[in-house]
Design a protein around this ligand. Sequence first.
Ligand code: PLP
Length: 422
Amino acid sequence: MMAMPSNESIDVESIKKDFPIFKIRMAGKPLVYLDSAATSQKPQQVIDSIVKYYSEYNANIHRGIYEIAERATEEYTNSKAKLAKLIGAKGIENIVYVRNTTEAINLVAISWGNANVNKGDHILISDMEHHSNIVPWQLLERRKGAVLDYIKLDSGNERLDMESFKENLEKDPKIVAITHASNVLGTINDVKYITREAKKHGAVVLIDGAQSAPHMPVDVGSIGCDFFALSGHKMLGPTGIGALYGTEEILDSMEPLFGGGDMISAVTRQTYSWNSLPWKFEAGTSNIEGGIAFGAAIDYLNNVGMERIHRHEAELTRYALESLEGIKNIEVYGPKKEDIAVKSGVISFGIKGVHPHDVAQIFNSEGIAIRAGHHCAMPLVTEVLNKGAVSRMSFYLYNSREDIDKAVAAIGKVKKIFKIKE
Ligand SMILES: Cc1ncc(COP(=O)(O)O)c(C=O)c1O
């Protein structure tokens, strides 16, 4: 695929040709994929990069001094350099490869948390977090006898309540861990402001970037956070590869979670010394194919352009919100179209009187993939929104207005089957 000029809109039809999945049919219909918040589809370029590695230069990294081993090491390392550039990190020393966002956050909660959080210390998260940014802190809270606090949402349950944030900051939390974009509400949080305020109180800041890094330009330097976590599989890459960004200062201060090969520089019978960053956190043989294919995914994203992807999704989201506005007996959660600047391409909704699982099933019969459930954000869905489950559609660069029209038609079908008033 050729790089596109940045001001042009996305040509969805040509993008779709790069994704072989769109040749399949689901329930006998062309696939409409509206579940990219769960995982993204993969372009042929990413799939090919895996085949190429195994068929042309399969070898372990950081070990062999023969040609194909050096090539494998170079491609894997290059992938980190590409990611560093994509998110505005200084270099590969800031990029630790892990399996996913969940592992990245757990690494911080265990390695940094065990050394820095003590009995009675406060940990601050929010009411719109994914379980991956809740449970690691609950575990730390229990290990250490710390106190886990939650920033409340505003009265409309759309955004973080900044008064609640400020009140909680007065407790001088040791760490503030916040999602950049909510996987249920689609709210984009002002993480730059949050980081600045948290730093005034001496807190370390972790940003959960699982739903932002795939969809918008990210600059960790300008955010000023200490940690940033993301998953490759949500940004066109394969499963099993994700990253923890950390500043050199903080990563240097931390102990690795695992010991073994690749993470040491020397071992004697009595002791060991760590390898340099970022390798000290990567024990044993890495997910080499995953790292290399993640590099191919980043190339693809760069060719399209993150700014353009973000704009495309914002346009789709506005169109979807406008289309839903006219429909009776439907409830849409999160920021509305007037607040498109703080809304990502994630729309959760409910149809009154119909269980979200039934909604998803009827969508499936139309070839449309959406997700229904608590979206791994149970405190938000069940305790704040007071729902057992919600339906969610989420967009990416391969979605079009036509996909949204089909989703709206599917809602019509749901209402007809369940005899809900028009
Ligand atoms: C906001 C957020 N954080 C964390 C995660 C966890 O990502 P993973 O399952 O790739 O670890 C997700 C996944 O949906 C998410 O949406």
